[in-house]
Design a binder for this molecule. Structure first.
Ligand SMILES: [Zn+2]
Length: 196
């Protein structure tokens, strides 16, 4: 009976480290959908996430909206990301699309690279800068077996906050609420309640 906490748009030195600390204190493991251009600058954070039992998936190299670019551009971005992650010892199988937006050809691009597109069931909207308590209230009703929770350990292009402190504060509260409901926190790839 697990849920999966997911974090997009990192890694970033301050916030990813703090999210990892919070996950460790909560005994929770999660999935980080990284921007590979950032990951290449933070190899130690990627290594730490893996060493602590978390999963690293693909978000993109840059943060491109598939519906605003042609297929060749997205293929080039995706392949660049996969090359950078391979250098870090990461061969992702899961892909969270920037803004969750697919073009008609996105599923083919994913299939050709052995990537499974992963959405979410509960959105913390943490990029807006909401307080942790408000975010917990907003996702509480959806926190059930198989639920994928969307949050961010980095500041993406649409973020209207200047840090991820409230997300860090949310991690422990989410893990506690999940535990009260008999739910563990495991990476998406290990969550048997998520349809493959
Ligand atoms: Zn993003």
């Amino acid at each position: 009976m697990p849920v999966s906490l997911t974090f997009d748009d990192g890694p970033e030195p301050r916030w990813t480290a703090a999210v990892l600390d919070a996950l460790g204190e909560a005994g929770a493991r999660a999935t980080f959908f990284v921007l590979a251009a950032k990951a290449a600058r933070e190899p130690a954070l990627v290594a730490r996430a893996l060493a602590e039992g978390h999963e690293v998936g693909l978000h993109g190299d840059r943060h491109l909206r598939h519906t605003e670019h042609d297929r060749a551009t997205i293929e080039a971005d995706t392949d660049a990301a996969l090359r950078r992650l391979d250098v870090l010892g990461v061969q992702p199988t899961l892909w969270r699309l920037p803004w969750g937006r697919a073009a008609v050809w996105t599923p083919d691009v994913a299939r050709e690279r052995g990537l499974r597109i992963v959405g979410w069931d509960a959105d913390t909207h943490d990029w807006r800068g909401d307080a942790a308590a408000a975010m917990l209230d907003a996702v509480a009703a959806d926190l059930r077996d198989g639920c994928i929770v969307l949050a961010h350990d980095g500041l993406g292009p649409g973020a209207t906050r200047d840090g991820c402190g409230e997300t860090v504060a949310l991690v422990g509260a989410l893990a506690r609420l999940a535990a009260e409901r008999g739910l563990g926190c495991v990476p998406v790839g290990e969550n048997d309640a998520v349809p493959a």
